[in-house]
Write a protein that binds this ligand. Structure first.
Ligand SMILES: Cc1cc2nc3c(=O)[nH]c(=O)nc-3n(C[C@H](O)[C@H](O)[C@H](O)COP(=O)(O)OP(=O)(O)OC[C@H]3O[C@@H](n4cnc5c(N)ncnc54)[C@H](O)[C@@H]3O)c2cc1C
Length: 341
């Protein structure tokens, strides 16, 4: 396309692929570079929850970001229609001790969010195989989910159909615009020094072949379980400061125990342990926006990279094309930690 901005996107995770689609839609000539095989990244390992409500309610660092998370969640239906990513809107349910459920209800109330009571009989329909110790649950429809591997494949297909070129290998800065969506990697820190503000947080997650487990995401005390691959994904550890993505077998037992408290079948089920590394900024929100001349960041989405991907993509495309990046761009500006562009 003559005169179209040329853009290299470094990284084919959720943020890089969503940005590639948005850039192609904005008329850019896009090349995505990634040295790793498809889905061998945090995006492929993730649970796939699009969970503004429970993340804001349960994660202290995210409590003040509900508006950003909801805005990102609300961009998913358009991205779903555009790319064929399938988003499940069945919702999420909390189960646990009465004291913990009261704390969850308080946290939701403080955020202005509603939780519906779910009696045990309804829990049996929503989450077959749930432990009988839970007499009731609390449900929100604000939280959605997707299957990460299918979603990565759908985003890539949509990008390719729009003319985006994929190359296997690290991105090399050149004359084109560079969008850095390299997750927790510091490879391009000499191009964008703001990457040094990222901290790695390794996460282990257990896939258990338990059979069908319903469609709602289940939130328990200290662990969650969501449907995945016809079984369950149970997660996840938060290992701050650890950048090595190697799976550590010792992490299996605690995750299996946590999962079995929710779904007893997990105790004996065949399991696969996976690990990925999230990237986090000092304030828990990602760095998205200009970080230098013709250099744009889309990194640091911590526990919510899938949720935030369409919002990040919109801001990235606006930065490259000079359009209005919208009301959340200032909150996500990479320069907020003191870097000069
Ligand atoms: C266990 C676990 C569970 C999670 N659950 C959820 C969840 O339920 N919901 C949610 O929203 N988020 C979840 N997350 C967080 C989410 O996975 C991340 O925030 C998100 O995947 C980050 O996407 P990304 O594109 O920034 O990075 P990544 O997915 O890590 O992708 C970065 C890519 O950049 C590539 N790269 C690195 N260096 C270079 C280079 N020099 N040139 C080119 N490419 C390069 C890498 O190979 C990689 O493919 C979870 C994370 C973990 C670990």
């Amino acid at each position: 396309m003559a005169g179209a901005p040329e853009v290299t996107v470094a990284g084919a995770g959720a943020l890089g692929l969503a940005a590639a689609v948005a850039l192609a839609d904005a008329g850019c000539a896009v090349t995505v570079c990634d040295p790793a095989p498809a889905a061998a990244n945090a995006s492929g390992v993730a649970a796939g929850m699009l969970a503004p409500a429970f993340e804001a309610a349960l994660d202290p660092q995210t409590a003040g970001c509900l508006d950003v998370l909801l805005a990102a969640r609300d961009l998913w239906p358009a991205l779903e229609a555009r790319t064929g990513v399938s988003v499940d809107r069945s919702g999420a349910v909390a189960v646990g001790s009465e004291g913990w459920l009261a704390a969850v209800r308080n946290a939701f109330g403080g955020l202005g969010l509603h939780l519906a009571d779910v009696p045990r009989a309804a829990l049996d329909d929503l989450t077959p195989g749930l432990s009988p110790v839970f007499a009731r649950g609390l449900m929100t429809r604000e939280d959605w989910r997707l299957e990460p591997l299918s979603a990565l494949a759908a985003l890539r297909r949509a990008a390719e159909a729009s003319g985006v070129v994929f190359r296997t290998g690290p991105a090399r800065p050149g004359d084109a615009w560079l969008v850095i969506a390299t997750g927790a990697s510091q490879d391009l820190a000499d191009v964008a020094s703001a990457l040094k503000h990222l901290t790695p947080i390794k996460g282990h997650i257990l896939r258990a072949a338990t059979g069908a487990a319903g469609r709602v995401a289940l939130r328990g005390e200290g662990a969650y379980a969501v449907a995945a691959d016809g079984g369950l994904a149970i997660g996840a550890t938060m290992e701050a400061g650890v950048a090595d993505p190697t799976v550590e077998p010792a992490q299996e037992t605690p995750l299996r125990k946590a999962g079995a408290k929710l779904f007893p079948a997990v105790a004996e089920a065949p399991v696969t342990l996976l690990a990925g590394v999230r990237a986090a900024t000092p304030d828990g929100l990602p760095m998205v926006g200009l970080a230098g001349e013709k250099t744009v960041l889309a990194v640091g989405a911590r526990r919510n990279g899938w949720l935030l991907a369409p919002l990040a993509a919109r801001i990235v495309a606006a930065c490259v094309t000079g359009r209005d990046p919208g009301p959340y761009a200032a909150r996500l500006d990479p320069r907020r930690f003191g870097e000069a562009a």
